[in-house]
Design a protein around this ligand. Structure first.
Ligand SMILES: C[S@@+](CC[C@H](N)C(=O)[O-])C[C@H]1O[C@@H](n2cnc3c(N)ncnc32)[C@H](O)[C@@H]1O
Length: 257
């Protein structure tokens, strides 16, 4: 139920440091510039990368399953000038089965939406839907993390980690963020993840919200095989958004449809 993972968390997601500090915006805006034509962003979420791409001139459709994430995205979209707004379309759909009756020159998946698909069937269904929407010779970019064996083998699962500097939201709420991975199913390659938002409200009350979700990790060569099975030609693989070689933490597959 990956749509429910984000409902109720859009605002916290958008402003937490893992999202704001990702350093991938220029990568995606440049990708749009070097692949002129229409763009589809699969799992567009709050529009963190979609809005900058539209501002950079792309005619872009954002697809997501979470009503809450799309509503946040619409809110940001409405603050843009008319010309930018006119270049954006938002669609609520499941990335494993969608039909937009349109083809795109570029299809992207920023910040790992694909990893919410926990079975090979879902992964292949998603890649098949994506391929159907790509113009012949168009570019598909799959963006996932490179599994870190040390972290996966760590059995200290009760511990919260990765404390971020507190965020102050416009209404005065102060939000602290930590993470926990209560379990790793190494047979099925699925990590149980938690993002823990500790919120201090302006009236002095406290609240703790835990966003729980699953992520499937996929190794580099496994992903290449999946992409080949789905009919894509992998043209290059990057390890980060500044053209790093594989080994820098991310796995970014630049594919031709
Ligand atoms: C980590 S967020 C990435 C959002 C955005 N691309 C970004 O870079 O900030 C993953 C997004 O994938 C969406 N998602 C998860 N499963 C989905 C599915 N089956 N179909 C469509 N979207 C899905 C979630 O709702 C969420 O907005």
């Amino acid at each position: 139920m990956s749509d429910e993972y984000y409902d109720g968390f859009a605002e916290y997601y958008h402003f937490h440091q893992e999202a704001t500090g990702r350093n991938d915006i220029t990568f995606y805006t440049e990708l749009c510039r070097s692949n002129p034509g229409t763009v589809l962003e699969v799992g567009c979420g709050t529009g963190r990368t979609l809005i900058p791409c539209a501002k950079a001139g792309a005619s872009i459709t954002g697809l997501d399953l979470s009503e809450d994430m799309l509503t946040f995205c619409k809110g940001t979209m409405q603050k843009q000038v008319a010309e930018v707004r006119s270049r954006i379309k938002l669609v609520k759909a499941d990335m494993t089965n969608f039909d937009l009756h349109e083809k795109f020159n570029l299809i992207t998946t920023p910040f790992r939406p694909f990893q919410h698909l926990t079975s090979v069937k879902q992964q292949l269904d998603c890649l098949s839907s994506i391929r159907k929407h790509l113009t012949p010779g168009g570019t598909f970019v799959l963006d996932i993390f490179d599994p870190d064996m040390k972290l996966l083998a760590d059995t200290n699962r009760a511990i919260e980690f990765g404390e971020e500097p507190p965020i102050v939201l416009s209404d005065g709420r102060v939000v602290s963020v930590t993470y926990r991975n209560p379990s790793v199913d190494s047979v099925n390659q699925i990590i149980q993840c938690e993002i823990i938002f500790s919120i201090k409200h302006p009236d002095g009350s406290y609240e703790k919200l835990i966003q729980e979700f699953l992520m499937r990790y996929t190794f580099r060569w496994e992903a290449e095989h999946l992409l080949h099975r789905a009919g894509f030609k992998v043209k290059s693989v990057l390890g980060g958004y500044n053209n790093q070689d594989v080994g820098a933490g991310e796995l970014i597959f630049i594919c031709e449809g």
